[in-house]
Design a binder for this molecule. Structure first.
Ligand code: KG4
Ligand code: ZN
Length: 333
């Protein structure tokens, strides 16, 4: 079965073609260069770029997959959560293809797609498993019983982990998105020199990362001119401290949720799951009897192949969407 996947939920225009679980193409066209000078995503720019690019990206995905658009059996599109203007571009485009080609359409939840990205890998888990989604928009922990059966165990009460990375990066003069840059600088810094608060909320699997911004802001405010302001060394040490705190909180929450749920099979996905320290620490849990699943880095960050696989799974369970399908900025699983 050939599935066309479309994701325009945020700033990447992405289209993929799957042949069942096999990725034939997965084009992700990044808009970063248009947003980075603003230190974050500008929704109006994002939706305009999606309109400009969606045809071309689809053409590239079809060409690279060496298929004809007429051969596509299912069109899967992200319906939310995300930026409403951006989502609507992908949704209208998918509906038009579905209507013209008389092929079925299925709307996919972006969070469900992140969870399902692991099924694009050769090694994937049996049900049930725990799933931590750590991205720019979300930090949530689920118990996944089966396809379509998700129990939320916890979520962030303020900033998502990726959002915290991006905001701290901006504060120390790095460009957007800051996650990969902090990841790199942290390797050269000393995480022991600067003490940041560990936002570990007890008695809940919820997260809170916004206090870290205030802590870093205080450090930056107290820098005197005699000390030479924000040096490269300080930038590296702040990166290392911040990253070690975030990773420690994520790992501790996985461990405590696993204990309560009596489940040691864990999938970690979303953009922050591309983080080298988180990947290393997560894999170390295998020594404690955990079964850890980390999709490859390009499948952790936003991409349309994950939309296609989640759509295919829903379709196989008999679900379909009609042309009244609407986009939702807020759409919990
Ligand atoms: O999943 P994603 O591509 O988009 C959303 O659904 O939000 O995640 C993007 C987020 C950004 O905040 C980015 O800074 C973060 O993932 N990110 C990273 C790394 N690569 C991307 N954060 C930490 N370390 C990384 N290596
Ligand atoms: Zn995402």
């Amino acid at each position: 079965m050939l599935v066309l996947g479309i994701d325009t939920s945020c700033d990447d225009t992405s289209v993929a073609v799957l042949e069942n679980r096999k990725i034939l193409s997965n084009i992700v066209s990044s808009q970063i260069q248009f947003h980075s000078k603003y230190g974050g995503i500008v929704p109006e720019i994002a939706s305009r770029k999606h309109i400009e690019w969606i045809w071309d990206v689809t053409d590239r995905a079809i060409t690279e997959a060496k298929v004809d658009i007429k051969d596509i059996d299912l069109i899967a599109v992200c319906k939310g959560p995300g930026l409403i203007g951006s989502l609507l571009v992908g949704l209208c485009f998918a509906k038009a293809i579905s209507f013209a080609s008389k092929k079925p359409l299925i709307g996919v939840n972006h969070l469900e797609a992140h969870i399902h990205s692991v099924f694009l890998e050769d090694r994937y888990p049996n049900f049930p498993f725990l799933s931590l989604i750590v991205s720019g928009g979300h930090t949530s922990l689920y118990r996944v019983e089966d396809i379509g059966k998700y129990k939320e165990l916890g979520r962030t009460r303020d900033d998502a982990a990726g959002e915290a990375y991006d905001k701290i990066a901006k504060m120390i003069g790095l460009t957007y998105p800051g996650g990969p840059l902090i990841d790199k600088l942290a390797k050269e810094g000393n995480g022991e020199l600067i003490k940041l608060p560990k936002p570990m909320l007890h008695g809940t699997f919820d997260f809170s990362f916004s206090g870290l911004k205030t802590a870093v802001k205080l450090i930056l405010n107290n820098l005197s001119d005699e000390e030479g302001g924000l040096s490269d060394k300080l930038r590296k040490d702040i990166s290392a401290s911040f990253q070690s705190v975030v990773v420690e909180v994520l790992i501790e929450k996985i461990k405590s949720a696993s204990e309560r749920e009596n489940l040691k099979r864990v999938v970690i996905t979303g953009g922050v799951a591309a983080n080298s320290e988180l990947r290393k620490r997560a894999l170390e849990l295998e020594k404690e009897g955990f079964e850890i699943y980390l999709p490859s880095k390009s499948l952790c960050t936003d991409n349309a192949a994950m939309i296609a696989i989640a759509g295919l799974h829903r379709f196989k369970k008999g679900e379909r969407s009609d042309l009244y399908l609407n986009a939702r900025a807020y759409l919990p699983l």
